[in-house]
Design a protein around this ligand. Structure first.
Ligand code: SF4
Ligand code: SF4
Length: 82
């Protein structure tokens, strides 16, 4: 983990991606908008928001995710906004 300002930055690692898949792929936003077909396909908290336009905030599992806790993230819905 490295620091950018005071906030830890989520690293784009296979380990973090594997954790992410347990949550994002089961969430309403991911399914409804077929997020797996657009870049980035996962780990939105590290890779940035999805390229799918005009998504609503349907529900988010990020707050239950180990990456969310480890990096002290806030807010969730990282596929929609950062
Ligand atoms: S916080 Fe959300 S986007 Fe980041 S790894 Fe966890 S489930 Fe994925
Ligand atoms: S970032 Fe949150 S809302 Fe988006 S796909 Fe992952 S769990 Fe769902």
């Amino acid at each position: 983990m490295f620091e950018s300002g005071n906030k830890p930055v989520v690293e784009d690692t296979e380990e973090n991606r594997a954790i992410c898949r347990k949550y994002c792929r089961n969430c309403q936003n991911y399914r409804k908008y077929c997020l797996g077909k657009f870049q980035p396909t996962e780990l939105f908290c590290a890779c940035g928001q999805s390229s799918v336009p005009d998504m609503k905030l349907l529900g988010c599992y990020c707050t239950g995710c180990e990456v969310y806790t480890k990096y002290h993230l806030r807010g969730g819905f990282f596929c929609v906004r950062r």
